[in-house]
Design a protein around this ligand. Structure first.
Ligand SMILES: Cc1cc2nc3c(=O)[nH]c(=O)nc-3n(C[C@H](O)[C@H](O)[C@H](O)COP(=O)(O)O)c2cc1C
Length: 178
């Protein structure tokens, strides 16, 4: 698949088939995502693959709004994306490297999530990144260590729908020259 086709053809998928994803396929996707660029190559992004149906159900029932819960209930694998705190955007003495403070952390996770979703798309899988959920509840449920922070959930599975792309802004809107 050409990179452009992969980027343009990827969609957020909110309807999935029942089929499970093999560990080897998931591991190949994470391996591809590991080639994402990161702040000083700090590679802070981590992936927790949740396969336990009782945990997936609890996240859907107790810790997400209904529109996301309806997606989560369909998947056999839910990815919790975390990052290791205090490295990306920080100096060795713990001070911020730039005026953006700790925001480079989420920047790096975003880059990695996009790479993950593109790798999944190339492999025939669908994904949707979800940002609305109860952070404290899921952090405790998954026993995420103090050294990490939950950044995003990604539902992943075999797509049961092929949605059109939501409208994009024009290049004129997006690009300016100086
Ligand atoms: C940071 C982030 C958070 C998002 N949160 C949600 C979410 O909570 N629920 C959801 O259904 N989609 C969520 N999305 C998916 C967007 O709605 C989607 O990417 C956008 O509508 C464009 O559609 P496309 O991904 O098919 O191109 C999120 C996307 C991003 C990047």
């Amino acid at each position: 698949m050409k990179a452009t086709d992969c980027i343009v053809g990827r969609r957020s998928i909110r309807k999935f088939k029942n089929d499970k994803i093999s560990h080897s396929l998931l591991e190949s996707i994470v391996s591809t995502a590991s080639f994402s660029p990161s702040w000083k190559n700090t590679q802070i992004t981590r992936y927790i693959a949740i396969e336990d149906t009782s945990i997936i159900k609890k996240i859907a029932d107790d810790f997400t709004p209904e529109f996301n819960a309806n997606i989560i209930r369909q998947v056999s694998t839910l990815i919790a994306v975390t990052f290791v705190k205090g490295r990306c955007g920080f100096e060795r003495n713990g001070s911020f490297s730039t005026k953006k403070g700790d925001r480079w952390q989420m920047f790096d996770v975003g880059v990695a999530c996009q790479t993950f979703c593109l790798a999944a798309h190339e492999a025939g899988l669908g994904t949707v990144i979800m940002g609305i959920w109860d952070e404290d509840g899921i952090t405790e449920l998954l026993d995420i260590p103090e050294t990490q922070e939950l950044a995003a959930l990604i539902a992943i599975g075999y797509p049961d729908i092929s949605p059109d792309a939501p409208k994009r802004k024009s290049v004129e809107d997006l690009l300016t020259y100086r």
